[in-house]
Structure formats: structure tokens, C-alpha cells
Design a protein around this ligand. Sequence first.
Ligand SMILES: [Zn+2]
Length: 280
Amino acid sequence: MEKFQLLVEHLKSTGLFNKACHFRPGISKIELLQQGHCPNYIQRFISNTLTAKELRRMGLPWSEGLVKRTLISPNGTFLTAQLALKHGIACHLAGGTHHAHVDFASGFCIFNDLAITAKALLAQGKVNKILIFDCDVHQGDGTASILQHEKRAYTCSIHCEKNFPAKKALSDFDVGLPPGTSDKEYLDCVQSTLDVAIKNQQPDLILYDAGVDIYQHDPLGLLNITLQGIRLRDKMVLETSKKNNIPIATVIGGGYDDDRYALAKRHAIVIEEAFTAFTH
Ligand SMILES: [Zn+2]
């Protein structure tokens, strides 16, 4: 949890975080959460009546503080997507809880901000087609499953095949990479997958999960991607969306490290690259 605060502090220290471009989401309306989740599950999480088994699968201890941040975060991704539609680019300093399913939490993810945002924007008629481009090292199984019958939301996941979750869902497009994949093959894969998805789907908006658990020293990742590889990936995705005139909203996704400062700096890469790509 500490990484979120450290990310803000790091961005302040680099001058990328200022009041003019800073927005704070409030708590999500229940109707927004219901775009992706069943009412009974939402209420049982809020009132701390999930079963012990459900809590184990969630992977986080329940607390009032957890409820508060879990209720705010999906609204942050929703707000980010709306700002991206207006300005071409917007970055959420959280988000990417892609393992959350319709009626259960999994892998530290409780409400699925990506699926919720996609469904809410489609329901409001703000977009006709949305691409969820998930580059976290773990498959976006919850997103794929919540959106499986929503043809206007195209789910694309590039992940490590041998990693969590053991039982993969079926995204519209899955790329399961072998453990140890390094920069060159990874970046070629990201570019070609994104190019094909844009060409075939012609999305009005891209939701980009820029998870940094692809990093070679991440304890929960199995890929061999360098810091420079992460930077090149983010630059590539952002520049490709800009070149195609498709608004892009980014979320930070997964990333793990005992050194929280180093982790916050890794999550800052996508924001730094967004700043560079869209101001030059
Ligand atoms: Zn992950």
C-alpha cells in the first residue's frame, strides 16, 4: 500500500505532479461498481461478511481503510478514462485490479476497475469500442471473464504463461510468454499485438495496464525485462496510441519490491513517458 503514496511523492519531486493537472476521484457510486459486480458481493465485502475462504482468495486483510481505498480506486480509473477521452491522455496513480471477478476477489484484487470502466463508458455511449491492453505479468483473468459477453470491449492480455492465475480465463486475445522472456522478444510482441488490435478493432479508447511486475527482479514475475525494457514498452504503447489518434488511459497495475522507493520509481515510468510523448 505504501507504494501509492511514494509514487505521488516521487512525481512531486520530479515536477510532474502539479495542481493544474491533478484530479481526485471520490468514492465510487454503488451503481458504478455494479457495472462489473453482483450487488450481494459488493455489500458483503463492504460489511466484512465474506467467508474465510473468500478472504484467503482475496489475499488482503479486511479493514475499514481497505474498504475506503477499494471504493475510491475504480472511480479513479473511470475518471482517468473520461479525462483521456477529453485530453488524449490521462494516468491513474493506482488501478489495474484485473483479477477481480463478478462475485469474488482474487490475487489482491477486489473490484475490477478496468471492466467497470469499460462497461460504464459503453453504457453511457461515450465510446463504441474499447481496447483493454493489459501488460501486467499476470493474466487479466477477471477482466476477461466479466467482459466475455461484451463484444464492444476487446480484452488483450500479454502475460507470463506459467504465472498466476494457474487457471487462465479466455481473453479476446491472449499472449502467454515463457518464463525468462527478455526485452527484445517482449517488445516485438507488445508492438505487433497492439498494432493488430488497433487495426482490427479500431477502438475509441485504450485502457492500458502498465504493470511493472514484468521487471526481471520482481518477486512475483518470471520475465526478464530490464528497467529500460519497461520504459521502451510504455513509450511504444503511448506513442502508438497517439500516432493513431486513440485516447489512452493508463493504470499502474502490479509491481512488488521490498524497496518501496525503487518500486514507486518503476511505476512512475509510465507517467514520465506519457508526459514526454504527449508534450513533444
Ligand atoms: Zn501482476
